[in-house]
Every structure is written in structure tokens, then in C-alpha cells.
Write a protein that binds this ligand. Sequence first.
Ligand code: DP6
Length: 352
Amino acid sequence: MAVEQPVAVPDHPAAAGDATAVAHPNIALVKYWGKRDERLVLPWTDSLSLTLDVFPTTTRVRLAPGAAHDAVALDGVPLEGEPLRRVVAFLDLVRERAGLPLRAVVETRNTVPTGAGLASSASGFAALATAASAAYGLGLDATGLSRLARRGSGSASRSVFGGFALWHAGQPGHADPDLGSYAEPLTVPVRALDPALVVAVVDAGPKAVSSREAMRRTVDTSPLYRPWAASSQADLIGMRDALNRADLDAVGEIAERNALGMHATMLAARPAVRYLSAATLTVLDAVQELRGAGVAAYATMDAGPNVKVLCRGAEAERVAAAVRGAVGDGAVHLAGPGPGVRLLGPSPDADA
Ligand code: DP6
């Protein structure tokens, strides 16, 4: 695709004009589901996640003086419709904060199936926030980047950090609600915990209902939403305690019940949102069998039918073999704790 050459921005010495960032997806062990403010992307509940070491997203943002529109491409294909609108709205926010109205050329490379409930929006908006912030010269620290990434996609606030991260919902009634809602890294005895995630891709196609719409419907219509949100706050306290004790079984039990509860809220929405498929349940059966055989294995599912199985790194191969037997043609990936978002050097080969 033809792109404009980046230029120096004399009036904005902090603006790099051209920046590339790499971010990884995260999987929530205590889920984010439901916004109390759609525009600011403020959630009803705190959530807690593990950033993975697989499926990175690389995003390059170049300012394009003279361009009338932003040009945004995902894996070489120009974005259109709602996905384009979302990125442009995000860039508008960055432009407004920077006081720099220039349009941009955005090129993103994803290594994860987009829209399959594998958190591509988390790595995507964490990378975009970081690259755009540098290109437009916002000069944000990690907390500021987390707040900014949140505006693109809530879960992206957590992908700014590596390892385990906690996203604070923030207090309703806060004088500046945007400031109160950000993620922070958690100190966890990761080596003792030895966490791994076996990702079972039972369906890599895009989801029928976006998580944004599904969340809205759940909050508005599900009689189970409030009880789940209340139990999720309790799960968070239990989860932090279990992580500090490096108690993988307790971490897994809480993660699994929190995810199943989230899906129960959706099933009770009107009309119901059902992401879990027959293939999902087959994997859940395999996970239960593993536990019966004494293997610590616990499942979590996001806005899609795919299953992520939390287990010990030392047992990940065994868990993967069992899961492979359950997914048929589906792919199985092994993941461990991954890094936070990173800005690449000034001469990236992003358009190679
Ligand atoms: C099920 O962050 O994709 O993965 O803020 O509307 O962009 P938006 O939603 P998104 O939702 C992720 C929901 C989840 C659970 C989680 O990651 O906590």
C-alpha cells in the first residue's frame, strides 16, 4: 500500500512522527464484563489478567501531513466500516490531546486470529496507544498509556504491562473518572506459580456478536449481571491472595468459576448471548478429566468459543496433548507469561 513519508514536526518537538510498538494479548483470570461509561470505557468491576508471550501485535503509526483521512491497514488490508471508525475515533482522541491535527498512516500486523475471542483488541489497542502516543508526542508514562489504551478497548489497558496486571475500575463519582481507571502490574511469585495457558482454538472465525454489544446487552437485560459483578469483586480478593501464595489450584478454581459465571450472565441476557459451542464443552470435559487424573487444569473462555486452560508450565505438554485430543482439527498453542508493550527503535522494518 502506498504510504506518505514521515516528516519531522517542527512545532511539536516531542512528536516522533513515526513510531512502532509491539504488544501481547492478555487473558483475564477475573473478567471485565460490562461498562458503566461507554464513552470513557469505564468498567463496573476490577479485573485481573496474565499477559501472554504469544500472538504479538505490531503497529506502526506515521503522521501524514496533507492527508485528508487516516489510512489504517490490518495485515495489509485497509480497514473499513466500524473497525476503521473505532481506530479513527481513537486517533482523534490522541490528536486532541496532542494539539496536533495531522492524519496518520497506521499499519498493524496481528499474529492472532482477529475477532475470535483471543484478545486481539487488547494487544491491538495497547500497541496503537503506545505507537500513537510516541508519534504524536503525548509523553505518557505506563499508567497514562494504560488509561489511553483503555479508551480503545477496555482489556487493552492491561496489555500495557507484562505478567499479571490488575485493572482498577475506578470509583463512580470520582472528580475525573478517566484518571481513576487504569491497570497496574502485580508482583506475583511467578516462578513458584509456574503458570502456563494452553489455548485451544476450536473456531478461529470472527464472532457473531461483538463483545461490546454483548456486554451492553448483558448489563441492560441480564438478571444475573449484578450478582456476578458482586461475586467478581470477591473473586478478585481471593485471586490476589491465591497468587501471592503461588497456589495454582486456587487461582485456577477462581478463574474458572469467574469465567463460567460471566458466561451465565450472557446466557441469561435477553436475547441470550451464547459464545460457548459444543466444541467448547468437549474441551471443558477434557479439562475435568485431567483434574480427575490429578492434573491441575482449569478453563477460561472469553467472548468466543475458544478455551484457555490454565495449568503448570511443567505439565503444559501433558495438558496440551489431552486438549489436542478434544479439539479435533482445531489448533492448540502453548503460552506463558509475556512482556508489556514495547516501543521499537526509530527505523523499524514494519513495512517489510
Ligand atoms: C471477555 O476489552 O474486547 O475478554 O472494551 O468493549 O473493547 P471493549 O471490550 P474488550 O472485552 C474483553 C472482555 C473479555 C474479558 C476480559 O478480557 O476481561
